[in-house]
Design a protein around this ligand. Structure first.
Ligand SMILES: [Zn+2]
Ligand SMILES: [Zn+2]
Ligand SMILES: [Zn+2]
Ligand SMILES: [Zn+2]
Ligand SMILES: [Zn+2]
Length: 289
């Protein structure tokens, strides 16, 4: 009986950290898991929606899902949910007074004005600190950022953010990050952007438009010096040192960056792979013969 209890506890622990699409898959595994997922309110206090569900999430579905937390939602992490509007977010914020993590990177239909209204509301209704991720939302002005900063506590010491860590960790999801707002004013172009640090030198900070960085090691790459970077199949920037270490297509000798290795077709471990472009070419040759 004790075993059953701890099994339930372990299952529950796992479920409460799963992104929504995995919860839905899990709920098809067995009736008892389905019941746990449906009835356990604690599972719904931290809602994470990422691909492959992002594009299918609408305001109506969002409101339905978040209502399962019965007003106690704490984390709302919507990654690249391009159909969510200000009205949807505001409705969730109004219904959940203890929400303190609002992560909406890449939710491109949201506006700075909508985010400000949501954060204003959260700040007014809860005393806990609010953490915001809003990179990828269009037209955030410096004034918008100052307004947002006035609502969140700024006491935490800022740690460097490296580009390669940003993509290789799940920083964009619910991982704790030291800054309360992910974007800041780029010291080079003065626009509100994600600003990355350089693992090579301490004064080399800027957004990706201002400083090209290697997606593998995070160091800056000079755009002028073509010798400093290697060609990749996905067009992500990779410095020459890192390029040398990546597995390459057997035909064109170009690698995918680590973020896109899932696109490697015909992967035979150390044997390398053949990229989709080269596969299409060889198919064409085969058809012509
Ligand atoms: Zn910049
Ligand atoms: Zn590198
Ligand atoms: Zn640098
Ligand atoms: Zn190739
Ligand atoms: Zn890539």
């Amino acid at each position: 009986m004790e075993d059953e209890g701890s099994a339930h506890e372990a299952l529950f622990y796992v479920l409460s950290y799963l992104p929504l699409h995995q919860l839905l898959i899990m709920s098809q595994v067995s009736k008892s898991i389905r019941d746990v997922i449906r009835d356990d309110i604690l599972i719904w206090l931290h809602i994470v929606v990422k691909n492959p569900l992002s594009r299918r999430l609408t305001d109506d579905i969002l409101i339905q899902i978040t209502s399962k937390a019965r007003g106690r939602l704490r984390t709302l992490a919507l990654l690249d949910c391009v159909n969510i509007t200000d009205a949807g977010i505001l409705q969730v914020v109004h219904a959940n007074r203890v929400l303190n993590k609002l992560y909406v990177p890449g939710c491109t239909r949201l506006t700075p004005g909508g985010i400000i209204r949501a954060v204003e509301r959260l700040a007014a209704q809860s005393i806990v600190f609010i953490s915001l991720k809003i990179s990828g939302i269009y037209n955030i002005s410096k004034e918008d950022l100052f307004t947002l900063q006035s609502y969140v506590s700024q006491s935490t010491q800022k740690q460097p953010i490296f580009y390669h860590n940003y993509w290789s960790s799940s920083f964009r999801s619910v991982d704790e990050h030291n800054s309360v707002i992910d974007v800041e004013i780029c010291p080079k172009c003065e626009e509100v952007k994600l600003v990355f640090d350089c693992p090579k030198e301490s004064d080399c900070r800027g957004c990706l438009q201002c400083i090209t960085r290697c997606i593998v090691c995070g160091r800056c790459i000079s755009e002028q010096d073509a010798d400093e970077q290697g060609d990749t199949l996905c067009n992500d920037s990779v410095c020459l040192d890192c390029w040398l270490c990546l597995p390459k297509c057997n035909h064109c000798n170009k690698p995918f960056c680590p973020r896109h290795t899932h696109k490697q077709l015909n992967h035979h471990g150390s044997e390398g792979f053949v990229c989709n472009v080269c596969q299409a070419k060889s198919l064409l040759v085969y058809c012509e013969e």
